[in-house]
Design a protein around this ligand. Structure first.
Ligand code: SF4
Length: 467
């Protein structure tokens, strides 16, 4: 029997960053790779798959093949783990976002020195071959396939999902994907470069079947695990998205979170979101400097957030700071925008030029990468600094590097301060999205959870009834 260990992680461990508390809740939501590889393994193959987290691998010497999938910031950890597996005689194959990103900039050899093989693009079409070649001792250096037709994606069974973590408080999400790809082409993003600039959709019937299978491991609002849609934009194709949501609504008692582009939020879509059990939406906001979030645009975003709140759907609002057009006033505007519009959970990121993006090309051309990686010596160690929590692009026109970083931390602290949380949740039904705020607050401020709870009680929420 071939023993395979799938080692993956969704999160980096920047223990000093604002999101460090999340390192206590690894894989939030779960990295789905082990379940997918199990589903793609032919029934007659004599293969046993187990899984572990990149930050806690088993180093079991009986493993024949270690599959390691990782993002850019985790690359140095992944290389270290790979070396240890290879030293004990285990074959190693790499895949995931970082491998595809460095392949796009001609730096694949950086990873190849630490692995026996690499898988470019998605594993769907090559997984069986990888298993066969491992058994025959003929693992190729590179497996390359075109983007998969995800209509053929197998429905994950409870057996596949048993490779993911068991239901527990530290794992509040059950992940599921309904589509891949994104046509928006943001210059800092690698998604469309790797997974395609067009949406690829699964069959709605398959998605519904899979939700039925995971329902027993979720429960409803208040006690629960949420279904977490991993799509970049759940309503990417509006008519298809609304049909999917209607089908989910007919299942009853599903509570879910997912990402939706703000331009798709309107009275009709929000009603359907609410009916289908949407608890919170992840939404990215464009630049606050320049024209993107000025004047009418800003008011338009405010109306959309108000509409979601009317149906008690929370908003995790993501914003990127560090664009060349950003000034200190931009950061003040962001703070005001988040508080004025009662955005439930803030997510502030420093602009980072990830390999393989258009931004990488632009910043490399300008020689402004703060941690340049050119494939020389051990410069791959710099990838650990590509976290969106460190200044990654130097010579900002309006800030020194230190000023930009300090402004970033100051903004985070302001957004999760006791008074910010109080103002954002005042006079609203208490929402589960208050919990991340409490975690951020506890991490970035000293001893404030009590303040927050007191504030929530004062705010006419339902919390007093629960207490
Ligand atoms: S909308 Fe999101 S997923 Fe799509 S390209 Fe922009 S950042 Fe990437």
């Amino acid at each position: 029997m071939l023993e395979v260990e799938v080692i993956a992680s969704n999160y980096y461990t920047n223990k000093k960053g604002p999101r460090a508390w999340k390192t206590h809740i690894p894989n939030l939501p779960d990295n789905m790779l082990p379940a997918y590889l199990n589903a793609l393994t032919p029934n007659d193959a004599n293969v046993k798959i187990k899984t572990s987290d990149l930050h806690n691998p088993s180093y079991d010497p009986s493993i024949d093949l270690a599959v390691i999938s990782f993002g850019t910031a985790n690359a140095p950890i992944a290389y270290h783990v790979a070396e240890k597996y290879r030293n004990q005689g285990t074959k190693v194959i790499f895949g995931g976002v970082h491998i595809n990103s460095i392949n796009n900039i001609g730096l694949l050899s950086e990873a190849q020195q630490f692995a026996d093989s690499v898988c470019i693009t998605e594993a769907d079409q090559v997984w069986s071959r990888i298993l066969e070649d491992t058994v025959s001792g003929e693992l190729k250096q590179i497996y390359h396939s075109s983007l998969a037709d995800i209509k053929q994606t197998p429905i994950l069974t409870p057996n596949d999902r048993s490779l993911l973590r068991k239901p527990s408080i530290s794992s509040p999400f059950v992940s599921i994907r309904t589509s891949e790809g994104c046509p928006y082409k943001c210059n800092f993003c690698s998604i469309y470069k790797i997974f395609g600039a067009n949406y690829r959709f699964r069959n709605i019937e398959d998605v519904i079947e899979e939700i039925k299978l995971i329902k027993p491991i979720t429960s409803f609002y208040g006690t629960k695990r949420y279904v977490s849609f991993t799509d970049d934009n759940l309503l990417g194709k509006m008519t298809r998205g609304l049909t999917l949501l209607e089908e989910i609504a007919s299942l009853g008692n599903v509570a879910w979170v997912g990402g939706i582009s703000s331009d798709l939020i309107n009275e009709k879509s929000v009603k359907t979101l609410a009916k289908s059990g949407a608890i919170a939406i992840f939404m990215g906001f464009d630049k606050f400097s320049g024209n993107d979030l000025a004047g009418k645009n800003r008011a338009r975003f405010g109306e959309k957030i108000e509409l979601l709140h009317k149906y008690n759907i929370g908003v995790e609002g993501a914003v990127i700071i560090g664009h060349d057009s950003d000034t200190p006033e931009t950061l003040r505007n962001i703070e005001e925008f988040f508080i004025q519009n009662k955005i439930d959970v803030p997510s502030v990121n420093l602009l980072t030029a990830y390999p393989g993006t258009d931004l990488w090309d632009e910043i490399t051309e300008q020689d402004r990468l703060k941690f340049p990686v050119k494939g020389e010596g051990e410069d791959w160690k710099f990838w650990a600094r590509y976290t969106t929590e460190e200044v990654n692009i130097k010579e900002h026109p309006h800030f020194t590097d230190d000023e930009l970083f300090e402004s970033y931390i100051k903004l985070w602290k302001a957004l999760v301060s006791g008074s910010s949380i109080r103002n954002r949740f005042k006079n609203r039904i208490i929402h589960p999205m208050i919990l991340p705020n409490i975690m951020y607050n506890a991490f970035l401020h000293d001893g404030l959870p009590q303040t927050v709870i007191r504030a929530a009680i004062k705010s006419n929420s339902i919390l007093p009834k629960l207490l």
